[in-house]
Write a new protein. Structure first.
Length: 283
């Protein structure tokens, strides 16, 4: 199997190839003077089983993935791994006249099989024109958190909807779990507290699938520290961390930000390569 990494997922593709005992195929990535993308796969893919690994946080990254798929037209089989899929949050029409952007993007992926990682809405998987499977990063995140040797840790979801991910992260590790609940005290005052567990003196790990602007998380960190938490960590699968999110979170008092390499950022401590490699071995 040939592993080919797109421009947004070079490290993850290389790590996945190593986990499979092979080397990633070399590619050229460039831009024309007018800004259009140019790429070339420098190895033969004719009649090969090919796996493309490319996150799509930007429009140009999506175009690069589409180009990679087209460049592999002679391959015997094309698997596409989209560790972070842009537009996945637009999974329905919120206002008349809007597109279902996640559906529009999914329909562009002409492959034999697609893998995503903790996609924001699993209903999006049904829009791909081929079998699609969502992989769960929870176990790998949990294993990394366990290496931090936190005393009496409490894993906390930012809301009730994220409880499933938090429980999966804590699975088999014996960590306590809870979630944050917002209570409106007045017209302009909101209290954010853990639902059942007292945070006083405990190491808290806030866990979510992604951190975008960090605004809600920053407020949650301040409130948890104000309620006596010893330290507050953030753990997420997808570190979008748009604009000044990291600074905002550290100003709020976060101890550290732990993320995976679905998006390759400075905070990406946990590699998804073993997860992807295991899925590919099972084909």
């Amino acid at each position: 199997m040939k592993i080919i990494g797109g421009p947004a997922s070079q490290l993850l593709a290389s790590r996945t190839a190593r986990a499979l005992g092979t080397e990633p195929a070399l590619c050229e990535f460039n831009s024309f003077p007018d800004g259009e993308l140019y790429l070339r796969i420098a190895e033969e893919t004719e009649n090969e089983n090919v796996t493309l690994i490319q996150s799509t946080p930007t429009d140009s990254d999506l175009v690069a993935l589409i180009q990679l798929i087209d460049a592999c037209e002679g391959a015997a089989k094309i698997n596409v791994v989209i560790p972070y899929m842009g537009y996945a949050r637009q999974d329905k029409k919120f206002k008349p006249g809007e597109p279902i952007s996640a559906r529009a993007v999914a329909r562009c992926i002409n492959a034999d099989r697609v893998f995503t990682i903790n996609i924001h809405e699993k209903s999006v998987l049904g829009h791909f024109p081929c079998p699609a499977e969502d992989l769960d990063a929870a176990k790998l995140l949990g294993e990394y958190i366990a290496t931090l040797s936190l005393e009496n840790p409490l894993l906390v979801a930012p809301d009730a909807g994220a409880q499933g991910l938090v429980k999966n992260v804590a699975s088999d590790l014996g960590f306590a779990c809870d979630y944050l609940q917002k209570t409106r005290l007045s017209g302009d005052t909101v209290e954010i507290k853990t639902k059942t567990v007292d945070v006083t003196g405990r190491h808290i790990v806030l866990v979510d699938d992604m951190i975008a602007t960090g605004g809600t998380m920053a407020e949650s960190i301040r409130m948890l520290r104000g309620q006596g938490a010893a330290d507050v960590y953030l753990a997420c699968v997808h570190p979008v961390l748009a604009r000044n999110a990291a600074i905002r979170l550290f100003n709020a008092g976060v101890k550290d930000i732990i993320a995976s390499d679905t998006l390759e950022k400075a905070e990406s401590r946990v590699s998804m390569a073993p997860l992807i490699a295991d899925a590919l071995k099972g084909l």
